[in-house]
Write a protein that binds this ligand. Structure first.
Ligand code: CS2
Length: 499
């Protein structure tokens, strides 16, 4: 049997068991422009919009993707070949896979090749929302000061070349400037990254940039653009070879870049839009006046819980999050972290049962079918921990709460960054924009036990807190001397004073 390549034209010939878009993709308007079309956007927002188009034929809210980086060339090429279609593979814990071809993205612009096209797309009258998944590190602020980083060379470039931008801030201001000139309503900027108050952060960073470039425009943005805070959730591992094989074997379909995800999906959004919004509540999206409790709970439990498993997991040689969960030492350690360090600083969250939430996270992390690699979770740790974990340590230092679980993760991260190999001497796949800097700081451990903590925009003032320093020193020493994360984790969980 000849394998069918995914495209608009091939849709009617696909296996009839595979669900395909039933709406007229040619009639779709791009109400949403999305910057940063990675796996997560494709399993989450694009999936919700696909359902909106399928069930309600609301064609005003299609998506046009934009890539700002050279590394987006791969998705651009795949989308060119596949007419922006892709298969979403929802992997259930019992081994069942639900596969569906998603059609809500109907155009894609690689801005590095065509900056003006990207600006024009955002400035188009049909555009009502520009949404972002630009990663935790993409907001260009220092974690310790919270200030916009004007030293970034790309930011400097954008300030000097407003019509040829490189950064998201340059593109947003260029397109908003054009909308203002043409007397078009401003779009909403919808951040979908795992940062507490992601909308407020996006606003503050964009305004810092815009003020430097054009004060009047900055005032207009401040008045006209809404930046709702959001909480987004769906575990989406990196697409693996077996996922592609599965489509070939079960459906005779060749998809160059399908997306794999868990069944769980959640989106909570503050109902604050500049220029209308899709009726996503029809699909279970929660619109709330204040997203704070949801985002804090998710970031401090789910995202932090992931890092708490993945960093020692990588050192021990566990390949995936579910492998970590199968190891009782790891799953106990993670739950104790959640119960003893994250929960006390969260306090009570109205309308939420934190025990149920934590139990559900344990189930989701244990899904054996999803095989979420620890290397994905460890990627860009330098941007993640200042948002996911370090605030919990700081708040526990202030309240006199436990810090041993969180501190152990920072100690393990120091070893991880210094050595670049796990405890079996196997190379670690370290993906971090600041990899070299982290390595340099961590590597000086033998001469200066606190050298790693010198990266102050990651660790803030932790180095000057006596209780933290004592715990960190004790735990790094334990790791460097025993080279066995499991036994240290089990001692920490058992609350033994000595290691
Ligand atoms: C993960 C997230 O990257 C990470 O560290 O914790 O990607 C996580 O899987 C998603 O936020 C789930 O919604």
């Amino acid at each position: 049997m000849i394998t069918i390549t995914l495209s608009q034209q091939s849709l009617p010939s696909l296996d009839s068991n595979l669900s395909i878009p039933t709406y007229d993709r040619n009639a779709i308007k791009h109400g949403i422009i999305h910057i940063g079309v990675g796996g997560f956007h494709r399993s989450h927002q694009a999936y919700y919009i696909h359902q909106l188009l399928s069930k309600y034929k609301d064609l005003d809210w299609g998506v046009c993707g934009i890539g700002l980086r050279e590394s987006d060339r791969k998705i651009s090429n795949v989308f060119t070949e596949q007419d922006c279609l892709y298969t979403l593979i929802i992997q259930h814990p019992n081994g069942v896979d639900d596969c569906e071809v998603i059609g809500s993205i109907t155009d894609y612009v690689l801005a590095t090749d065509a900056p003006q096209d990207a600006i024009n797309k955002m400035a188009h009258p049909d555009t009502k929302i520009v949404s972002l998944t630009i990663t935790e590190g993409g907001y260009n602020f220092s974690s310790s000061t919270g200030k916009f980083d004007f030293d970034n060379p790309d930011v400097q470039h954008d300030l000097q070349n407003p019509a040829q931008p490189k950064t998201v801030f340059g593109y947003l201001t260029a397109s908003l400037r054009k909308r203002r000139e043409q007397d078009l309503a401003a779009f909403t900027i919808l951040s979908c990254d795992n940062i507490q108050h992601n909308g407020n952060v996006a606003k503050q960073m964009l305004l810092s940039f815009a003020k430097k470039q054009d004060k009047d425009l900055a005032d207009w943005i401040a008045q006209k653009v809404c930046f709702p805070n959001t909480m987004v959730d769906r575990i989406t591992p990196v697409t693996s070879e077996p996922a592609m094989k599965l489509l070939e074997e079960n459906y005779n379909l060749q998809d160059e870049w399908p997306v794999v995800c868990e069944p769980y999906i959640q989106w909570v959004i503050e109902d604050n839009f500049s220029n209308g919004r899709p009726p996503l509540e029809k699909l279970g999206v929660q619109f709330v006046p204040d997203v704070t409790p949801y985002e804090k709970m998710k970031i401090r439990l789910l995202n932090a819980g992931h890092s708490v498993l993945a960093i020692p997991g990588a050192l021990h040689g566990h390949p995936t999050i579910n492998a970590c969960m199968e190891d009782e030492v790891f799953s106990t350690f993670m739950r104790q972290f959640m119960d003893q360090e994250a929960t006390p600083v969260l306090g009570t969250i109205e309308g939420m049962n934190l025990t149920d939430y934590k139990n559900s996270l344990e189930e989701r992390f244990s899904n054996p079918n999803i095989k979420d690699s620890v290397s994905r979770i460890c990627s860009e740790t330098s941007a993640k921990l200042p948002k996911f974990l370090i605030p919990t340590i700081i708040e526990n230092l202030e309240s006199g709460g436990s810090i041993k679980y969180g501190t152990f993760i920072l100690a393990a991260w120091c070893y991880y960054s210094a050595k670049g190999v796990d405890f079996n001497n196997e190379p670690l796949e370290i993906i971090d924009a600041r990899k070299a800097e982290l390595h340099k700081a961590a590597e000086q451990y033998q001469e200066d036990k606190l050298s790693f903590l010198n990266i102050s925009d990651v660790f803030g003032e932790l180095k000057s807190n006596e209780r933290f320093v004592a715990e960190y020193t004790r735990l790094t020493h334990a790791i460097y001397t025993s080279m066995d994360v499991r036994s240290i984790m089990s001692s920490i969980s058992a609350d033994k004073g000595t290691l």
